[in-house]
Write a protein that binds this ligand. Structure first.
Ligand code: ITT
Length: 221
């Protein structure tokens, strides 16, 4: 069976991705199998570029096709923040609770109609040095006045899905996995995975004679 490495060090994202990829005839491999895999610097201002960087780096290191997810929360009132800095909004190594706390503090005093937000998830699939493509999923909602619910991770306790009037953390995995930004992105990514990891011929040896950086084949690196 063909293999696909999930290029994330976040166990919560990994759990969701593995569940959402269920049904594909593919062996999903966790990055835990590669303890030496270097961290990828997420210096970019775009989810897409970060996702491509992560997928490329992991595919290059492991020698297998890889899928990366770069995701986060954008709020209207804060001009899109925390955005690509979602995981480290309250500082490097911040906990989910600290990030939520900072967000609620920054939105303090704003009425419900001024608390609009969206989750975004960009998924990149590649078989180094080839980028199969990127896809995106979004979901609109609004930021709660206080955290609610016990499921999920990250900003789930403060993100209200308007259709249900409840946070993702209250709704639980069954509903989240049907409608979330990640579910939407991964539904689209399945085609890329089939093309890259399932139907693709075995990888050819890389041409080391040209002296060209193979990573330059990817336009955003
Ligand atoms: P990797 O780079 O190793 O994948 P990471 O946690 O740094 O792990 P991101 O840079 O994509 O990943 O940041 C994602 C952050 O966005 C995550 O830590 C959460 O704070 C938030 N986030 C993303 N998806 C979310 C979701 O479904 N529910 C709640 N918060 C989410």
């Amino acid at each position: 069976m063909k293999e696909l490495v999930i290029a994330t060090k976040n166990p919560d994202k990994k759990r969701e991705i593995i569940r959402l990829l269920g049904g594909l005839r593919i062996k999903v491999i966790s990055l835990d199998r590669y303890p030496g895999c270097p961290d990828v610097k997420e210096g970019s201002r775009s989810f897409r570029e970060n996702a491509v960087r992560k997928a490329m780096a992991v595919s290059r290191f492991t020698g297998k096709p890889a899928l990366a997810d770069d995701s986060g929360l954008e709020t209207d009132a804060l001009n899109g923040r925390p955005g690509v800095r979602s995981s480290r909004f309250a500082g490097r190594g911040a906990t989910y609770a600290q990030n939520n706390c900072k967000l609620l503090r920054m939105l303090a005093g704003r009425k419900a109609e001024h608390r609009g937000a969206q989750f975004r998830c960009v998924v990149a699939v590649c078989d180094y040095p080839r980028l199969a493509g990127t896809v995106e999923g979004r979901i609109r909602g609004r930021i709660a006045f206080a955290p609610k619910g016990r499921y999920g991770f990250g900003y789930d306790p403060v993100f209200i899905v308007p259709r249900y009037g409840k946070t993702f953390a209250q709704l639980g995995p069954k509903i989240k996995h049907r409608i979330s930004h990640r579910a939407r992105a991964l539904r689209k990514a399945k085609k890329l995975i089939v093309k890259t990891a399932i139907k693709a011929p075995s990888r050819l040896p890389q041409d080391k004679s040209s002296g060209k950086s193979l990573i330059s084949l990817c336009p955003c690196l």
